[in-house]
Design a binder for this molecule. Structure first.
Ligand SMILES: Cc1ncc(COP(=O)(O)O)c(C=O)c1O
Length: 324
């Protein structure tokens, strides 16, 4: 994310619009580059950035938009691209949740100026740590290559062999973001398993959705007709139930529920630097107070899923403790 943003070479202080309902990795990348993150509220059903809210946040200083495919569901990319075209903005797709997802039948990774994937251990596929940026812009590709290698314009391989010289230049100030060969080997092997992992994740999501269809306390995620998500997390909204009591009860039972995400503007570091007001993000606030993430990973057995479903239904329909 960091060098994807750095590749854009934006003047210091430029504004970059993004969602507040994401992991800090998205917006920290804006800060690393001395740019200003400007948050736009989300849509309740998909938890993705709301294009209408993006339009409202644009100023003459806005230079880029980073959208996040929350939970693995692609954003409304067509609308976001239209906004980018209207206002001459660069687009970065944070697809850290969405490797393998499709938008109108086309794999994500082909829409924005750059698309970023994460291979952190909780993701669909892993290299232990690390990630990847994809682009079909040659200039961006060359800059990304330098930025991940301290800013040097020739890799060790470029300087190897009878034909090669020793010289290299430092064209920009980069960092060492090189993936190791050991990690790459793991990644290549993981990539071969991706389709199977995605299939299993989709099966589990289907089991959850079907089980909760008739439970009025549980609002399941809404999927747009023209996208195929690559489920990274499965989140539900709780109706009339106290999320924190629900969370505590489930954890007591050994179920690894979680909350994704604490809105970025709530963190102390962001509060100290920016004057974001919660009332500017009513949907994010509402979703954040009621959302819970249920376990989802490809090794979950049907029995594991059924255990979670039973416990959720129990708390959703029986336990007074959890009612507001
Ligand atoms: C939306 C999003 N963006 C960025 C990141 C950062 O990824 P990493 O932890 O690989 O740096 C994550 C990781 O969880 C994420 O969920």
């Amino acid at each position: 994310m960091d060098i994807a943003v750095q590749t854009l070479n934006l003047p210091a202080g430029s504004e970059v619009i993004t969602t507040p309902f994401t992991f800090v990795g998205t917006s920290n990348a804006i800060l690393y580059n001395n740019l200003k993150p400007v948050f736009a509220d989300i849509g309740k059903e998909t938890r993705n950035i709301n294009p209408e809210e993006v339009r409202k946040r644009i100023t003459e200083n806005t230079k880029a938009l980073i959208y996040v495919d929350y939970a693995g569901q692609p954003c409304d990319i067509k609308e976001l691209k239209e906004i980018a075209d209207d206002h001459d903005l660069f687009l970065i797709e944070d697809a850290c949740h969405a490797i393998g997802a499709e938008y109108f039948g086309k794999k994500i990774g082909t829409f924005a100026d750059m698309t970023v994937f994460s291979f952190h251990p909780v993701k669909h596929i892993t290299t232990g740590e690390g990630g990847a940026v994809v682009t079909n812009n040659k200039e961006f590709y060359e800059r990304l290559n330098m930025l991940r290698n301290h800013g040097i314009d020739k890799s060790a391989l470029d300087r190897f062999g009878p034909e090669a010289g020793w010289a290299y230049d430092l064209k920009v100030l980069g960092r060492n973001y090189r993936i190791t060969d050991f990690q790459a080997a793991l990644g290549i092997s993981q990539l071969k398993k991706l389709d199977g992992f995605l299939r299993r994740r989709a099966e589990i999501v289907k089991m959850y959705n079907e089980a909760f269809e008739a439970v009025s306390e549980i609002e399941t995620p809404v999927v747009l007709s023209y996208v195929k998500p690559a489920w990274h997390i499965y989140t539900v909204l709780l109706n009339r139930l106290n999320r924190d009591k629900f969370f505590g009860k489930m954890r007591e039972k050994g179920i690894g529920v979680n909350v994704h995400y604490i809105p970025i503007y709530m963190f102390s570091y962001y509060q100290e630097q920016f004057n974001n007001k919660p009332e500017d993000f009513p949907v994010t606030e509402d979703v954040f107070s009621n959302i819970v993430t249920l376990p989802l990973y490809s090794k979950m057995t049907d029995d594991d899923v059924l255990t979670v479903i039973e416990l959720v239904k129990d708390f959703g329909t029986v336990s007074d403790m959890c009612f507001l």
